[in-house]
Design a binder for this molecule. Structure first.
Ligand SMILES: Cc1cc2nc3c(=O)[nH]c(=O)nc-3n(C[C@H](O)[C@H](O)[C@H](O)COP(=O)(O)OP(=O)(O)OC[C@H]3O[C@@H](n4cnc5c(N)ncnc54)[C@H](O)[C@@H]3O)c2cc1C
Length: 475
């Protein structure tokens, strides 16, 4: 079917990526008339999200998508972390034996699009590039013709460079965190079947997971200052390959040399708004983070289902801020702690490893936060306080060794500053409970300063200087 100017829809969704397609399906199940517009159907073959936490896997099952029954998909049992000192890997299974899902991105998107396109009430228009949006009309080109349609609500599920976001006067200027290279290896096995392997020690973290029997994906995170196209294979082989577990080093280098890889840029845009009641932003259009904690699609699916489940935009906004705050902070914070090469970040990392190894409550809390199931900011703040306290205690105990006092003093000072920003952020959060926009931006900014790198957007008031340039604006 085709969407035309004469047709009026309840909902027009710009972008049939994973989140837009699920949003179309969820609205159609509630009886809405939906137009789903997609500019570039083949774009889903790019390197993008493949790991879904259990809550997102449940959303798919509940809506009738059986992605787990298809080839190139596997259950995800949780994570296993390989510390940089070569010590024993640390297993972080999902709580209560729940299962996530790992699925080839293109396959996941095509399953969702097919289901949306076949659903009663949905008009899916492929190759429809939206060019402008106002409060009730969407202007797009399709098959060489300029067209428009009218809708009661327009949903921007059009990703990081969202045109719906821009139509609201909001920035889509990219803030580059790092780049990623995804290598596909066939005929190899992982040491921990169905676990996501997080490997530390190289210039950036490595994430490895199985996609199908004998097929694994190695995702290498490359900091922007180390990115180069000339001599890249040599650099990757030397700097990353030796940290790979289970004899993957050789097959990784071979796959790299055979050109079996794709590249992607990682960007950061914290959620500060969901748009307006007539032009709603969801998924990556609302916000996006470094993918190491794999929350992009889980949060996006949550947006889609919540939007279809309520008519009150304010309720939707309140629910989504509540659901996204902790996963967002974890995505920003954990990546920064894992990628940062400074001494205080290393002290935090070793405190985290120690906590995971020795304290089951701490370990369970981490996996619940990772899985987007523990949404308590207080709980997360306590976990961070505890980590900082362990790191400080570790430094103090080492300071009695010769020449270690100075280092301990520097590290403890840096950690005390983080703690101070955390406490300020949590206090600000109490004020911003239902707020949006500036209040939220300020809270988020203060809390982000808890972590080593902080974000590059400036908050008013005095604050410690940013010592990193990892997130570069405008690249
Ligand atoms: C390397 C990498 C690894 C990742 N790994 C994970 C992971 O393991 N788990 C996870 O949850 N997340 C991961 N993510 C993030 C995840 O890919 C995104 O969160 C997810 O794709 C967002 O879905 P979306 O539908 O909001 O946006 P997108 O996937 O960007 O889809 C937007 C759609 O809108 C279309 N579009 C854009 N502009 C227009 C227009 N003007 N008109 C019409 N259509 C338009 C696009 O063609 C596209 O199909 C990863 C990201 C990267 C880069």
């Amino acid at each position: 079917m085709s969407a035309t100017a004469s047709q009026h829809y309840d909902i027009a969704i710009v972008g049939a990526g994973p989140v837009g397609s699920l949003c179309a399906l969820a609205h159609a199940r509630n009886g809405a008339r939906v137009a789903l517009l997609e500019a570039n159907p083949k774009g889903s073959g790019r390197l993008a999200g493949e790991w879904l936490h259990p809550s997102a896997a449940r959303v798919l099952r509940d809506i009738g998508i059986d992605a787990d029954q298809r080839p190139r998909s596997k259950p995800g049992k949780g994570f296993v972390v390989f510390p940089e000192d070569g010590s024993e890997p640390i297993l972080l299974p999902y709580p209560d034996g729940s299962r996530g899902l790992v699925c080839d991105h293109a396959l996941l998107v095509s399953s969702l699009r097919d289901a949306a396109g076949n659903a009663a009430g949905v008009d899916f228009v492929p190759y429809a590039r939206v060019k402008a949006v106002d409060d009730e009309r969407v202007f797009f080109s399709a098959n060489g013709a300029e067209r428009s349609l009218v809708a009661g609500r327009i949903v921007g599920a059009d990703g990081r460079a969202s045109i719906v976001r821009r139509s609201l006067g909001l920035s889509t200027e990219p803030m580059l965190c790092s780049r990623m290279l995804g290598v596909t290896i066939r005929g190899a096995k992982l040491p921990f079947e169905s676990y996501g392997h997080v490997v530390l020690g190289g210039p950036g973290p490595i994430f490895v997971y199985g996609l199908a029997d004998g097929c694994i994906r190695v995702i290498v995170d490359i900091p922007p200052d180390l990115w180069k196209s000339k001599g890249r294979n040599g650099f990757l082989s030397e700097s990353f390959a030796r940290f790979l577990p289970g004899g993957l080093e050789r097959v990784f280098i071979e796959a790299l040399q055979a050109g079996q890889f794709q590249m992607a840029a990682n960007q950061l845009r914290p959620r500060i708004t969901y748009g307006s009641p007539r032009r709603v932003l969801i998924g990556d259009a609302a916000g996006h983070y470094h993918p190491m904690t794999a929350v992009g699609m889980t949060l996006g699916f949550g947006d889609a289902v919540a939007l279809a489940g309520t008519t009150d935009f304010r309720d939707f906004v309140a629910e989504r801020f509540r659901a996204s705050r902790v996963p967002e902070l974890l995505a920003i914070g954990l990546y920064e702690v894992f990628a940062d090469r400074r001494t205080e970040a290393a002290a935090l990392r070793f405190a985290i490893y120690r906590g995971w190894r020795t304290n089951p409550t701490y370990r369970n809390r981490t996996t619940r936060i990772l899985a987007c199931e523990d949404l308590s900011v207080t709980g997360m703040s306590l976990a961070i306080c505890r980590t900082v306290a362990w790191a400080v205690a570790g430094e103090i105990s080492q300071s009695f060794r010769p020449f270690s006092l100075r280092r301990a003093r520097t590290v403890c000072h840096a950690l005390a500053i983080r703690l101070w920003w955390l406490l300020r952020g949590v206090r600000q959060l109490q004020k911003a409970r239902r707020g949006e926009g500036k209040e939220h931006e300020r809270t988020r900014d203060i809390l982000a300063r808890t972590f080593p790198h902080s974000m590059s957007s400036g908050a008013s008031g005095s604050h410690p200087p940013h010592r990193s340039t990892r997130c570069k604006s405008g690249i």
